[in-house]
Write a protein that binds this ligand. Structure first.
Ligand SMILES: NC(=O)c1ccc[n+]([C@@H]2O[C@H](COP(=O)([O-])OP(=O)(O)OC[C@H]3O[C@@H](n4cnc5c(N)ncnc54)[C@H](OP(=O)(O)O)[C@@H]3O)[C@@H](O)[C@H]2O)c1
Length: 252
């Protein structure tokens, strides 16, 4: 079995390791052996555990899962030259990673919050020689899409990375609307959850415009509700949300 070496033992490392544990040998490198034991317990299989200080990455496939601010410090503790570094660090360019860490290649991956339930939408870019391997690795935690540039991954982050927060706002607001009309809060929440579950399946196969047309009958209730959303400029607000998030990513 091929070995993947995680550097960092936090939430994202655990989510990815859960997806990979049956098909790869998992090594985890951290700065606290107690936390590495806890990681192993949560993962539920035996892993190889190493402390960061002096760890040799020579020719290894690395899954870099520390915080962006830790890159320079982590680099001072490692020895050797990696074969490939898969980095999940938000907003951290390939150039910066390659500046600090010695490696033959870098692939940047941007998973989202749903990685914890193996439903991430992960975008990837970087050394094309590792495209197939990267797509296979990250498909273990959900859907994947290879993009042609780092600019595109930053735009995609404004869509899929921040997206759960945008949809959470819509979900909460719709439930609030039902409560305003007199539905009990727990009923409204349960119905909203069912709505999003079903919608998540439908949107995989049906274009959004056709979905909308399918439910909107002439002069009907959905048409009235939909018109209220257009009055509220929801479409324009969504477009502006992605633009603002992308602009912010460029500033960081
Ligand atoms: N969570 C998400 O939904 C998400 C989505 C996309 C991308 N990401 C990216 O994934 C990366 C990890 O996020 P996370 O949610 O897994 O964070 P996390 O749970 O806080 O884990 C961070 C890891 O970094 C280690 N670390 C912190 N400071 C360090 C230092 N100075 N030297 C060495 N190691 C250090 C921590 O070690 P200790 O355990 O010893 O503190 C921990 O293992 C981030 O770069 C983030 O941008 C996360």
């Amino acid at each position: 079995m091929k070995t993947i070496t995680f550097i960092g033992n936090g939430n994202m490392a655990l989510s990815i390791a859960k997806g990979l544990k049956h098909n790869y040998t998992i090594e985890v490198v951290g700065r606290d052996m107690q936390k590495l034991h806890e990681f192993e317990e949560k993962l539920g299989i035996e892993i190889r555990k190493y402390l960061l200080d002096g760890f040799d990455v020579e020719n290894k496939s690395i899954m870099l899962c520390v915080k962006p601010a830790n890159v320079a410090e982590v680099a001072t503790k490692l020895t050797g030259k990696a074969n490939i570094i898969y980095s999940v660090l938000a907003g951290t360019g390939i150039e910066k990673i390659a500046q600090h860490l010695r490696t033959n290649a870098v692939v940047r991956a941007m998973p989202n919050l749903a990685a914890s339930v193996a439903k991430s939408m992960t975008t990837l870019t970087g050394d094309a020689a590792f495209k197939e391997e990267a797509l296979e690795l990250f498909s273990a935690i959900g859907s994947t899409r290879w993009l042609g540039s780092e600019k595109e991954i930053d735009i995609a982050t404004a869509l899929a990375g921040s997206g759960p927060a945008y949809l959470a706002l819509v979900a909460e607001a719709l439930a609030d609307g039902a409560v305003k009309q007199g539905l009990k809060r727990d009923d409204a929440m349960a119905i909203m959850q069912g709505l999003f579950g079903g919608f998540g399946e439908l949107i995989q196969h049906i274009h959004p415009a056709l979905l909308k047309d399918g439910v909107m009958s002439p002069g009907g209730t959905t048409a009235a509700g939909y018109a209220a959303l257009e009055d509220g400029n929801v479409r324009s607000a969504c477009i502006n949300a992605v633009e603002s998030a992308y602009k912010k990513a460029k500033e960081l």
